[in-house]
Design a protein around this ligand. Structure first.
Ligand SMILES: [Zn+2]
Ligand SMILES: [Zn+2]
Length: 174
């Protein structure tokens, strides 16, 4: 017997708990129960379908049971093989992704390993640039400072002579 449940696509075997709907479609008992929790129609023909109307099926083992059972086994083994092949393909895809990432990480690691060498090369250059910048700024500051200092000196002496004048005036008036 090579009949499969339309819901899970697993083949019916003699030990299966199979049921039929009033429209005559056959399912695993558990499969159709789960289906009927969400729907009230037959998944095959959309006829109204009620859990209480399901009829349990009993398979009679024929005298050539072993032959038919072997056929069932071959069917389910083929299905399992398909499933496993699919899983292997999925694993292979995952493995490819991991390999690709590993290559990326290795390249990144290499760059990091090479990194310090490049940085060392850049250090003297950066130091020189900083030194030049600093010197320029010091020059600018000093130039401005000299001018300011002269101004302050002029202001101070002016204030000083004014103060002296005031003091002298005070002295005279006393
Ligand atoms: Zn099923
Ligand atoms: Zn039906």
């Amino acid at each position: 017997m090579n009949v499969a449940c339309p819901i899970c696509h697993d083949a019916f075997v003699c030990s299966t708990h199979a049921v039929t709907t009033t429209c005559g479609h056959m399912f695993h008992h558990n499969c159709i129960l789960q289906w009927l929790e969400r729907s009230s129609t037959c998944p095959q023909c959309r006829n109204r379908c009620n859990q209480s109307e399901l009829v349990k099926m009993y398979f009679h083992m024929s005298s050539n049971y072993e032959a038919s059972n072997a056929e069932d086994n071959v069917g389910s083994l083929e299905e399992k093989l398909d499933e496993l092949t699919l899983k292997i393909r999925q694993q292979e895809e995952i493995l490819k992704t991991i390999e690709a990432r590993t290559v990326q990480v290795t390249v990144g690691q290499k760059r990091m390993d090479e990194g310090p060498v490049e940085v060392e090369d850049e250090v003297p250059r950066t130091q020189n640039t900083l030194k030049r910048d600093l010197e320029n700024r010091i020059e600018e500051c000093t130039a401005g400072l000299g001018e300011r200092l002269t101004n302050i000196q002029r202001d101070t002496s002016a204030t000083f002579s004014t103060a002296m004048g005031v003091l002298e005036g005070t002295h005279f008036s006393a």
